[in-house]
Design a protein around this ligand. Structure first.
Ligand SMILES: NC(=O)c1ccc[n+]([C@@H]2O[C@H](COP(=O)([O-])OP(=O)(O)OC[C@H]3O[C@@H](n4cnc5c(N)ncnc54)[C@H](O)[C@@H]3O)[C@@H](O)[C@H]2O)c1
Length: 321
């Protein structure tokens, strides 16, 4: 698939509109379809209003709303949108039955080689692929809310997805300014599995009366969550010390049982003296020089992040006042 002449986006809700804004600003023409021609037209109006707000706030380049107006149209029906498209994005309700029906209709109207992706948050791509006659052109592209401003997109092939299809969608997303990551098909993929695991414990902490929801949010934002724009959990563990993690895990395992059982790979690394930054090797740290560079980046990044957050909070206070 080359850069598409026209992308059909099925579902003009939050995600469909955001994806349309990104792809249109990257130069693609887009057709937005919804349950009816009227709902699709309302979707385009909302998209233009959102885009105007982004432009007024300086979040997108000057003239972006006019660019979007010139490239995005509302479709009279799903079939009409798909017939003219060379790439189709499905972004309807997160309901297996609704998605299966919509994907069947998309495949019925799309050209045989047209690539079709689903923006499902959690449904297995293989499950969704089962209704396809030609699943080689189907895959998951899991964007995040708001799609205009969150860089990452999970790319999820099913076993039949063609290698050229994955490459082409990866190239398209990259050209649109996104940061795609390929992951295997598994319910919730990677990001939502992690995010929901955190939320599970956050709710448990509140239900057990350990902290209020407000305090949990404050603690996450100002402690380990503060690091997450720069480092993922493996780099953070390496920098903290895998021996330290091993010890803390043991306390959690002793208190909470299997839910916090010390992971086997962590036990093995620690038993071999692999402690992360302090020994120059860990899950992602491979050398003392890399550990030193990471620590330097960490310190500079955290000071810069702290200043950014303070500035945003001051702006917010000024607006409130
Ligand atoms: N909202 C999020 O944070 C988020 C993040 C990532 C992925 N997603 C996924 O993106 C998808 C869309 O989510 P959303 O938040 O945009 O939902 P939404 O409710 O805002 O929009 C869904 C749109 O799909 C339309 N629709 C429903 N059935 C249809 C059909 N048969 N034909 C045409 N249009 C139809 C609805 O009218 C609605 O406009 C879901 O699969 C969701 O899980 C959502």
């Amino acid at each position: 698939m080359a850069w598409p002449d026209e992308v059909a986006i099925i579902g003009a809700g939050y995600m469909g509109r955001g994806i349309a804004e990104v792809l249109a600003l990257a130069g693609a023409r887009c057709a937005l379809a919804d349950l009816s021609a009227e709902q699709a037209a309302v979707g385009v109006e909302r998209l233009l209003a959102e885009s105007a707000r982004h432009e007024a706030d300086g979040l997108t380049r000057a003239g972006s709303t006019d660019e979007i107006r010139s490239r995005v149209r509302s479709a009279t029906s799903l079939e009409e949108a798909v017939k003219r498209a060379d790439y189709v994005v499905e972004a309807v309700y997160e309901d297996r039955g609704v998605k299966a029906d919509v994907l069947r209709r998309i495949e019925g109207s799309a050209g045989r080689e047209v690539v079709i992706s689903s923006n499902t948050s959690a449904i297995s791509i293989q499950t969704l692929s089962q209704g396809f006659e030609n699943p080689t052109r189907f895959l998951g592209t899991h964007w995040f809310n708001p799609p205009q401003f969150v860089p990452g997109v999970e790319l999820i092939p099913c076993p039949q997805t063609g290698a050229d299809v994955i490459d082409a969608v990866e190239a398209l997303l990259t050209r649109a300014g996104k940061v795609p990551a390929r992951v295997a098909d598994s319910p919730g993929f990677v990001a939502n599995r992690l995010q929901y695991a955190l939320f599970q414990e956050a709710i448990a902490v509140v239900e057990e009366g350990i902290a209020t929801a407000e305090d949990v949010d404050r603690i996450v934002r100002t402690t380990f969550g503060f690091r997450l724009p720069i480092f993922g959990p493996f780099a953070i563990a390496d920098m903290a010390g895998l021996d330290v993690y091993r010890g803390a895990y043991q306390v959690l395992e002793d208190s909470f049982g299997d839910r916090f059982a010390v992971p086997q790979s962590l036990k093995e690394l620690v038993s071999r003296g692999v402690y992360g930054a302090k020994t120059g090797s860990g899950f992602v740290i491979k050398s003392p020089a890399q550990a030193a560079a990471m620590a330097s980046l960490r310190d500079r990044a955290y000071v810069a992040l702290g200043q950014l957050v303070d500035g945003l909070e001051r702006d917010e206070d000024a607006t409130d006042g």
